[in-house]
Write a protein that binds this ligand. Structure first.
Ligand code: NAP
Length: 248
């Protein structure tokens, strides 16, 4: 049976690397994105040209009706869902906690936490043996920020990733006997455009000397761990975390 995978936020960065690697390994992939359709269709095009199968679907995962439409589109165009990577995430300008307002907190938590919960819910409804499904796997993209706290930069973002860690632990136990494994990766400093959202595009260059391996990571290095957690090679692994952070 074909493996069908949704990767949220896969027009760019870690999500795009995950979508491409998954397609190479035989998954039919839904490339979800927010606004950047040129980048999303670029990922689909690369997969198509390599002989894989992919669709691009714009949907804001923080909005429930858009999440419902995203998964319905996958049902109709790719078939039975077997895997989800909860990857989409945002951060905002570097600020201290005493400078944060409710509007920003709500935006960060809506995208990073509510979005991951809603996508996990739709995946469980399709994959759980409790609902007649055949099982599957979920990988949540957390961050080492969950344990480092990101002081002076974005404690709100770090706290949202702490919530993703709790989601991983709790959901893994809820659905462990229903054929679904739930794990997480915690990347460190990875070269993607997310750091520009914080106002410091070259952040990885500044902080890399604090990494034991003395370098930032590449998106594909995160994708490789995600693909292992999704695969049958991780068949007895659930509620687990892989830090991909060069020892940080
Ligand atoms: P990125 O390069 O900024 O890409 C973000 C992706 O998420 C884009 O595809 C974007 O779509 C999409 N997106 C944003 N908000 C969305 C929403 N509401 N609904 C649907 N899609 C949305 O980010 P990245 O660095 O690859 O990060 C991916 C994940 O890894 C995030 O969860 C991030 O927190 C985590 N992470 C990253 C690092 C790092 O150093 N890069 C470290 C630890 C954890 P558009 O292209 O349409 O805007």
């Amino acid at each position: 049976m074909a493996q069908v995978l949704v990767v949220t936020g896969s027009s760019r960065g870690i999500g795009a690397a995950t979508a491409r690697l998954a397609a190479e390994r035989g998954y039919a992939v839904c490339v979800n994105y927010l606004h950047n359709s040129a980048a999303a269709y670029g990922v689909v095009d690369v997969i198509d040209r390599a002989g894989g199968r992919a669709i691009a679907v714009a949907a804001d995962i923080s909005l429930e009706d858009e999440v419902l439409r995203l998964f319905q589109t996958v049902d109709e165009q790719l078939g039975t869902l077997t895997a989800l990577v909860n990857n989409a995430g945002i951060l905002e300008q570097q600020r201290r906690v005493d400078e944060l307002d409710a509007a920003r907190l709500n935006r960060v938590f809506a995208a990073n936490v509510t979005g991951s919960f809603l996508c996990a819910r739709e995946a469980v409804k399709r994959m759980s043996t409790k609902y007649g499904g055949v099982g599957g796997a979920i990988v949540n993209v957390s961050s080492v920020a969950a344990r480092l706290g990101s002081p002076g930069e974005y404690v709100d973002y770090a706290a949202s990733k702490g919530a993703i860690d709790s989601l991983t632990i709790g959901l893994a136990k809820e659905v462990a006997a229903e054929g679904i494994r739930v794990n997480a990766v915690r990347p460190g400093f990875i070269y993607t455009a997310i750091h520009a959202s914080g106002g410091e595009p070259d952040r990885v260059e500044r902080v890399k000397s604090a990494v034991p391996m003395q370098r930032g990571g590449q998106a594909v290095e995160v994708a490789q761990a995600i693909l292992w957690l999704l695969s049958a090679e991780a068949s007895y692994t659930t509620g687990s975390f892989i830090d991909i952070a060069g020892g940080k």
